[in-house]
Design a protein around this ligand. Sequence first.
Ligand code: G1P
Length: 277
Amino acid sequence: MISKCLFPAAGYGTRFLPATKAMPKEMLPILTKPLIQYGVEEAMDAGCDIMSIITGRGKRAITDHFDISYELEHQIKGSSKEALLSDIRKIIDKCTFTYTRQNEMKGSGRRPICKGRVLVGEQDPFAVILADDLCVNPDGEGVLRQMIDLCNKYRCCIVAIMEVPTEEVHKYGVIEGKRIEVGVYMVSNMVEKPDNDKAPSNLVVIGRYILTPDIFGVIEQTEPGKNGELQITDALCEQAKNGMVIAYKFKGKRFDCGSVDGFVEATNYFYALEKGE
Ligand code: G1P
């Protein structure tokens, strides 16, 4: 049973400056909903009810978003606007939010994940969502739910992957592995942002992980990788050498909302959906 989901959300979001100068990038809205709320809803749909968020300086808006705003709710009570808060209200009622602040904003690996240790504990596997990657599956279960089903079967770390054109692999963590069932690979090697011509495959990791708590010990032993940053990919690669990582080609669609292009694409997708186009 996976009840906790970790959200590293301490980054600066420099690609969205000046919008992110005083506002967390996780709060940028796709239509009327902040990016991080999509991630939290995906985690909730997958059965998680403890959302552990690693924040940092200037990220107070995230904490406030996942809390009741008495004045506002009082103000719009009985009006047509009340319905606009029903989704967030459901989240607040169902989930517990825990936070810790990361004081240095580097890497997606050791610092944030280790900071998360105190929040997710060391008893059970936990999920990780990088909210920049917005995932949808209009035909069925959300991506995290699909991964949890697989974790129940294989009982090890799971990473979500997708195929990209070779010229794009340098933007991602890339896996090497053996296919063991349709869309499922036993990972033998992982490389963070390799040169396009040195990548072991075109199967890349997106921001959805299920990690077993032994990852914390492995992260502690792992040397800084790409750009001197401590990457989760490098710790997972160590786990993979012991046959402890499964890569899963998820069903659905992923938008790279860490880039302006992906953000606009996601906005257009949800807008068309809302208009019934
Ligand atoms: C992070 C991970 C990378 C992964 C990517 C998915 O990179 O380090 O392995 O492929 O997320 O979005 P970032 O995009 O934070 O540079």
